[in-house]
Design a protein around this ligand. Structure first.
Ligand code: ZN
Length: 403
């Protein structure tokens, strides 16, 4: 997730997503709007009451709302930092902590596979939130009874941080509680199976959360439900794919050079289209006297006016700046590269020479076959698996890349 870089904590870049910049004033306004009601809620806390009348001055509710909203996001940030510090201790790398529409997100370059690691990392966020809530409550108690504004903010943050901790512990994968559930399930099952089951529970929770959001007209809850549903499905699918592709390299599934249809740069586009139809390929590596020089796809041809396709050659329109892969690359990494660059095929290059081609279709077909083959095999132990999918990895669903 991209965002504005605003600082660094424990070596981790902190970012603000553009949705955060919208949601912060909205939160501030919502708190300011309901300040009388919220003051009554805060007054329920053991300790002296907060006087709603003192808070409802001319501009004070909005100002207090802003301070409370900023405090809330500081709490969210500390929550994410809690996850991150435990993860760093186990040797995981954290790309960034981003504050966005739905709170915070710590981006891991690699997801923990050891259930103990995942358990410890997941519970630390809510533990920090409870700690922040308790600290705010102590501040609330220690602040003199007459100081209604700071006491309101502290009381509000005390309640909200504890509510946040409780909410995050719902077993709605990929929220913290869902990750704890997966970690506990993974003690006696494969990582992939545990993920699938936790994701099912997560989707069920997302469904109910969405219903509650609809009936209470709470738009944030509805968005959160959508997010949980999509993230649960996506991560489950990624994990299943990683498990199926374990130990499989590009060399295992690529179309090798001697079986590969290639095209020369001096062929006209019109002739290329005829060949595409005949061979039903939509992309070719371009090879000039044995040297790999570029890639040409149906999309590149479509960019040229039909009447000019006789005059243009493959060499004129081919892409020369090509993302490539190597035969030893893990199949799952190749799939991720295809998704990141939104392309349909990767030339496989070894020592500067074209040795094959791997396409999305190859990978998806291989995945379906591997899954069928692996059905009755015992799934790998969690400790044997090295690289996991990034938290932010996109949907592994097959997309038809233009290139
Ligand atoms: Zn968390």
């Amino acid at each position: 997730m991209r965002g504005i870089h605003v600082g660094t904590a424990a070596g981790i870049p902190i970012k603000l997503h553009w949705t955060f910049l919208i949601v912060l004033p909205l939160f501030a306004a919502a708190i300011g709007w309901d300040i009388g009601l919220l003051a009554e809620v805060v007054s329920e806390l053991p300790g002296d009451d907060v006087d709603p009348g003192a808070l409802e001055g001319e501009y004070q509710p909005w100002l207090l709302g802003l301070v409370a909203a900023v405090g809330l996001f500081v709490g969210v940030f500390l929550h994410e930092l809690g996850h991150s510090l435990v993860a760093l201790r186990y040797g995981y790398e954290i790309e960034s902590i981003t504050l966005w529409l739905l709170g915070g997100l710590a981006n891991f370059t690699e997801m923990p596979r050891d259930w103990r690691h995942e358990f410890a990392i997941s519970v630390m966020g809510p533990i920090v939130s409870v700690g922040v809530g308790v600290a705010c409550y102590l501040g609330f108690l220690l602040t003199p009874a007459g100081a209604d504004a700071p006491r309101f903010v502290l009381g509000y943050l005390a309640v909200l941080n504890v509510v946040l901790a409780g909410f995050n512990m719902l077993p709605a994968f990929p929220m913290d509680g869902g990750r704890v559930l997966r970690a506990l399930l993974a003690r006696s099952r494969s990582h992939a199976k545990a993920t699938q089951q936790a994701a099912e529970v997560g989707k069920l929770f997302a469904f109910f959360l969405g219903l509650v959001g609809l009936f209470s007209a709470n738009i944030i809850l509805v968005i959160l439900a959508f997010f949980i549903y999509i993230a649960a499905s996506s991560e489950a699918q990624q994990t299943v794919m990683s498990a199926a592709f374990e130990g499989v390299t590009v060399a295992d599934i690529m179309t090798e050079r001697d079986r590969l249809d290639v095209v020369a740069p001096d062929v006209s586009l019109a002739a290329l289209v005829d060949r595409m139809l005949e061979e039903r390929h939509t992309g070719y590596p371009v090879v000039d006297n044995g040297d790999f020089v570029g890639m040409i796809t149906l999309g590149d041809v479509q960019d040229v006016d039909p009447v000019e396709r006789e005059a243009f050659t493959v060499g004129d329109v081919m892409a020369e700046d090509i993302v490539t892969t190597s035969p030893e690359t893990e199949a799952m990494d190749a799939l991720r590269t295809l998704q990141e660059h939104d392309i349909g095929r990767l030339p496989v290059v070894e020592d500067g020479e074209l040795v094959g081609l791997v396409s999305r279709t190859d990978l998806m077909t291989a995945f379906n076959i591997l899954r069928t083959r692996n059905v009755d095999r015992v799934a790998p132990d969690a400790d044997d698996v090295t690289a996991g999918p990034g938290q932010e990895a996109g949907s592994p669903l097959e997309r038809t890349g233009r290139r």
